[in-house]
Design a protein around this ligand. Structure first.
Ligand SMILES: [Zn+2]
Length: 314
């Protein structure tokens, strides 16, 4: 599938085709937000450079321009989610070198030492023995026994909407079947370290960087109660502000998909932040909802032509 997409996007290698396509769709004056997770600094650099002459500008500025109906022609913003140490460090080096403004969305519990739910599922996917397990009652539909494949599928599904308590209970239940941490060879690769607060503080001194909120526990907002939503938003904002000494005015919904974001989370985010970003594909328009902003997500395996195709058709 990945290769097919890269193949179909081949014509977008042509600058003429890319420009024409955007013009036809009348999108060239609309800015866009790129969303990255984990990728190599080389790929990140080439993804940004293939979009030239378009250039990254600070996210706040991009949103302000769009909302005041100014043209965002050739403007976009770079965002990175999740705060993985290696990714933040390497991509920040690239941004600094090229003078590219960048926004990092941080889930604060991860920086405080608790690995992200999907990293734990990755560990299970890799190390859980291939056999049937008796499953906890939230996870089972009709069956009390499930094989590894189904368990992983179910866990990957529920993180998009379940409560943090249920997710934790389910994941922790299966983690008990794994060997000791010290025996897991790929532990560090599958459960990478978060960037430290000290490093965040250091990077944040440079105004090219911006650190914003990705919640506390990286739980889907639709799985949180109103009180939990408020707590996730207020305390993540306070903690990041305390470490950077700078204002936190943006929120990024964990998982960012329509079933992870409910109306309550949009309403509450509107009270505490100036804008909120999703992972729903699209460009900014002057009709964009400030607390439901689209982004274009890019990955290591995307070739330059696919990057351009995603931007052109979004
Ligand atoms: Zn995330």
């Amino acid at each position: 599938m990945k290769n097919i997409k890269n193949f179909i996007s081949y014509p977008f290698n042509s600058k003429l085709f890319f420009d024409l396509y955007q013009k036809l769709l009348n999108k060239s004056s609309n800015g866009f937000i790129l969303s990255f997770h984990d990728l190599s600094p080389q790929t990140f650099k080439s993804h940004i450079e293939c979009l030239l002459p378009a250039k990254p500008i600070p996210l706040d500025e991009l949103i302000k321009r769009q909302m005041s109906e100014k043209s965002n022609k050739n403007c976009f913003s770079i965002t990175f989610d999740d705060g993985v140490e290696e990714t933040v460090r390497n991509s920040w080096d690239v941004c600094l070198k090229h003078n590219w403004p960048v926004t990092f969305f941080l889930p604060v519990n991860y920086l405080n030492g608790e690995n992200l739910p999907f990293q734990k599922i990755q560990l299970l996917e890799y190390y859980l023995k291939d056999k049937e397990y008796t499953v906890p009652k939230d996870l089972k539909k009709n069956k009390s026994l499930m094989n590894k494949k189904r368990i992983i599928e179910q866990l990957k599904k529920i993180i998009y909407y379940e409560s943090s308590f249920n997710i934790k209970e389910n994941i922790n239940y299966f983690l008990k079947f794994l060997p000791q941490k010290s025996e897991l060879k790929n532990y560090k690769y599958l459960m990478p370290r978060a960037i430290s607060w000290d490093e965040v503080k250091k990077i944040s001194k440079n105004d090219l960087s911006s650190f914003q909120s990705h919640g506390v526990s990286h739980t889907a907002c639709s799985g949180l109660t109103t009180d939990e939503l408020k707590n996730e938003m207020i305390s993540s904002k306070d903690i990041i502000q305390k470490h950077t000494g700078k204002k936190v005015n943006g929120f990024c919904y964990p998982y960012g998909s329509p079933n992870s974001i409910n109306q309550a989370s949009i309403d509450i985010a509107s009270k505490f932040f100036d804008y909120s970003t999703t992972l729903i594909k699209g460009r900014l328009t002057n009709k964009s909802i400030l607390h439901y902003l689209p982004r274009i997500d890019l990955y290591e395996e995307n070739k330059a032509s696919l990057v351009k195709m995603k931007v052109a058709i979004s």
